[in-house]
Unconditional design. Sequence first.
Length: 752
Amino acid sequence: MAELPALIQDLALILVVAGIVTLVFKKLKQPLVLGYIVAGFLVSPHMPYTASVVDMSNIHLWADIGVMFLLFSLGLDFSFKKILKMGASPIISTVTIIFCMSMLGVCVGHAFGWSKMDCIFLGGMLAMSSTTIIYKAFDDLGLRQQQFAGLVMSVLILEDILAIVMMVMLSAIASGNNPDGSQMLVSITKIGFFLVLWLVVGIFAVPLFLRSVRKLINAEVLLIVSLGLCCAMAVFSTKVGFSSAFGAFIMGSILAETIEAERIEKLVEPVKNLFGAIFFVSVGMLVDPVIILDYALPIFILVMTILVGQSIFGSAAFMLGGESLKSAMRCGFSMAQIGEFSFIIASLGLSLGVISDFLYPVVVAVSVITTFLTPYMIRLATPAYSALEHRLPSRLIRAMNHLSTSHPNTTERSKWKHLLTQMTVNTLVYSILSTAVITLMFTFVLPFTRKLLPGWELHWYANAITGVLTVLFISPFLRAMVMKKNRSEEWKALWAESNRNHLPLLFTVLVRVVIAVNFIFYICNYLTRFTPAIMITLGLVAVVLMVLSRGIKRRSILLERLFINNLRSRDIEAQVQGKKRPLYEGRLLDRDIHIADFDIPHNSQWAGKSLKELNLGRRYGVHVSSILRAKNRLNIPDGDDVIFPLDRLQVIGSDEQLAKLSQAIAQETFDEDRDIEKREMKLRQLIITESSPFVGKTLEKSGIRSQYNCMVVGLEEGKENLSIVNPKRRFQEGDIIWIVGEEDALKTIINM
């Protein structure tokens, strides 16, 4: 009999141990991530008393795939539109936290005398709070519906995005011997260029592809196509110098804007769970008890650094973002831990060979300790605020809270600022697209045309053909760059307000024309030997023709409309199916009032009751604004509307009111049937004897259904089929009837 490969044996060992340990952690109500890490420690070579993994290289390969699918799933749950709608407040808080905690980590590492790269990577690890752990803690503590929890989750989303960028930058730093400011600037520019290019092209092309094959796609095909796109982008990302995880995240964020996003997310979840579990198990395998004992003091210092640092800098960051002192402290204390992205950054450092071997197990130990302390830190926030409130002068407390209200969530930007921002974004995006087209044409098309037209004389024809095609391809972008926003409401308002605005407005057009001419100039300079004056003239003529051409105008408008429709496709689908949150959500006047979603459990005692019977307004002080049922939305329901299982209620109230409602929904449910095995329905034959209590009684009077909870399905009269029992017929001695019911009930009837 052939022996199993080591990979299968290792996989069996990992999954069996991980399954047992996670069951224990689930029973203890601890995050499953910690269970995976413990399972990895149990099957690692550092644990001599248990079976160990044979081939670690294969496990690391699977772990790399796990990181890729984890970030792909993160991208599916992410939307750049959500970030843009958040405003400046979460961005200010996120950047402040990451900067302060990174510097704190670098300083602590330097104090221990660790190497430069160890300090840099340590700073990156300490800056990343765990989205998974915090979300689980909020859920367990019943705080997920509260307003401050939403603020924390917004910042965590931004942290995850910046973690991707940080990984790319750390890779760039690790690849250079002496990274300086110029190298960092080049890396950031490269990230921005490819990020915009991939998102714009992806959001334009991927939804069109999925829409064209929508009739052919079932769940299996959609899963394969999605994972194929994920892996393809991961490969392409590595080809241009980024990590595979970065490419997987980008493809996930592109697919997040499609109608199929929710289906893809559900289909990919089992794959993500499998490979993600292997990744976290591989993290646990690197935990060496000897190293942890040797570095017990640094571990303790790092734990205190995270707890104190996040409590202080996190709270200050949220205050800078516009939150009151109490809300800021609740947010800051909630983020006092590190998690999955810290492991990913540590794995990156190990794979690049730039960090010491001890740093990984030290960070894992710090993560485990801070994770266990997370619920206690969340609970500690309110008592800490109360103690601080009693010790600080009341004038200072009022000043801090006044500072928060001086940063409203929505501010009216000036017309100039709004117009210039839009023009800058448009110019940047169209410049990146034009640069990408020129690069592709000169890299692939130009060599091809030169092969088709060999020789010195035909060489110029090849250049001319390539140049003309390139200009035609980028003409919609250059025209949109020059003309877009020239007839916007802001432009018209500024032009009409004052004659002094005319010259600056015309100057914005001139700047964009110069940028467009530069693209034509570069193409001519690369392919011809014309003088600069001729090339500039050709550029001006080409731009003027683009502006005047109706065909190019139609192409430009068509491309932009297709992009906007693809970008809004998920929102449109949500509106049609009644899943989109109401527009007034962010405009409630009272800062303590907001809207939250509540799912009615399948075993809820509220099911079948009307809103009038439940009387939620009087009991909890909340207002039900909408009921989402399947794909339909019932807005402003009245008292006669009935609640069904699995309904989603959109409710308006304060944190305290919504917390009470959440607790009631969770508690007011029917207990699960613990004797489910005894509830099996069986079919039995019953012969009516002389002593039977059913003799002379009709079916209704017999009480077989009402008293014994059984059902008579037929009367046996010697025919091939059972006869239907007439309700008015009286049972007689010798009748043979067939009854369906539970085992105990049938025994009671038969033994009578």
